[in-house]
Design a protein around this ligand. Structure first.
Ligand code: FMN
Length: 320
């Protein structure tokens, strides 16, 4: 049994989600229905990551979500993806409750999704991106700071600063992401003005995440300085330090040209880490928050823990 809702926010009210907690889309880990439906059933917002999926598998995941949960759920579509148009058509046909778009402009797509009642959340990493998305009419922003796993803010501006800047500037539901692995971090970002908090890496270390056990174990073992940014100057990723990142960073340090760096960058993949468990030669994407994670939990146990910690953190502020 989930615990009573400790906090209503503009996000929980407007999106009908019981808790102000969002499971960040994670390619492979949430490219299917298992993780996302478990999160939505436990009171958070679960997100299916379309990114690496073939169209048929994506369509099947949408159908499974419909069958596995009555609570709101989301799909993430990276708009730069070559299959983005097909994903958008499938999401539209399935009338997904919430669409989370990343890496591209929303203006061309919003009207047809709003017409069927889909809410559109847009991932941003700068105030300028946020301004464009808000002007286009999105229903909320997901602000990703420099600590985040996956694609963090290329500017490396922290979640702490980005969240506060956007909360001051915009009057739309704001979901803050990056650097949070427990209820205390959630409380901190809610205090800054966020309406909900998105966690990625914490959900990697759950039984329902669709990644290899060795990847989960590497996240659990990681300290707070175990990650690094690979690909500065392009679309960087934050991942656990390993043989691949050492090779890339050495080449960068040696002043190798862009083509050589691009070749090294493309020589490894997240899939290698996620599906084969090759956490040394692949790209095991993870945020600094990996250093705050010390166990693999079921989604249900994790959501209860997050809820308890959030209540404790709020009480701490009152008692302090
Ligand atoms: C392994 C991994 C894969 C990710 N894949 C995606 C993705 O496909 N689309 C996306 O918008 N964000 C992706 N992200 C970012 C998360 O949705 C989230 O914003 C981020 O993990 C938050 O930072 P945290 O890891 O510190 O919680 C990914 C993150 C990780 C760790």
């Amino acid at each position: 049994m989930a615990e009573p809702n400790p906090m209503q926010t503009r996000f929980t009210r407007q999106f009908g989600v019981r808790l102000p907690i969002v499971q960040g889309a994670m390619s492979w880990a949430s490219s299917g229905s298992a993780l996302a439906s478990a999160v939505s059933n436990a009171g958070g917002l679960g997100t299916v990551a379309a990114g690496p999926m073939r169209e048929a598998a994506f369509a099947q995941a949408l159908e499974e979500m419909r069958q596995q949960t009555n609570a709101p759920w989301a799909v993430n579509i990276p708009l730069y993806n070559p299959r983005a148009a097909a994903y958008l058509d499938l999401a539209h046909a399935a009338r997904v409750p919430i669409l989370i778009a990343s890496q591209g402009g929303p203006a061309a797509h919003l009207a047809r999704f709003h017409a069927i009642g889909t809410r559109w959340l847009h991932v941003v990493t700068t105030p300028a991106h946020a301004r464009k998305a808000v002007d286009a009419g999105v229903d909320g922003l997901i602000a990703v700071g420099g600590e985040a796993g996956g694609h963090p803010a290329p500017s490396e501006v922290s979640t702490l600063v980005l969240t506060r800047a956007l909360a001051r500037q915009f009057d739309v539901p704001l979901i803050a992401a990056g650097g949070v692995a427990d209820g205390f971090g959630i409380a901190a970002l809610l205090a800054l003005g966020a309406d909900a908090v998105q966690l990625g890496t914490r959900f990697l270390a759950t039984t329902q995440a669709n990644v290899h056990a060795d990847y989960k174990a590497a996240v659990v073992q990681a300290g707070i300085d175990a990650t690094t940014l690979v690909g500065r100057g392009r679309l960087p990723i934050r991942q656990l330090r390993n043989a691949f990142s050492a090779r890339y960073l050495a080449a960068e340090q040696a002043g190798e040209d862009g083509e050589t760096l691009a070749q090294i960058f493309q020589s490894a993949s997240l899939k290698q880490a996620a599906l084969e468990g090759d956490v040394d030669a692949g790209k095991p994407e993870a945020g600094q928050s990996a250093g705050l994670i010390d166990s693999v939990l079921s989604v249900e146990a994790l959501m209860q823990q997050l809820t308890r910690e959030l209540a404790q953190a709020r009480q701490r502020l009152i008692d302090a």
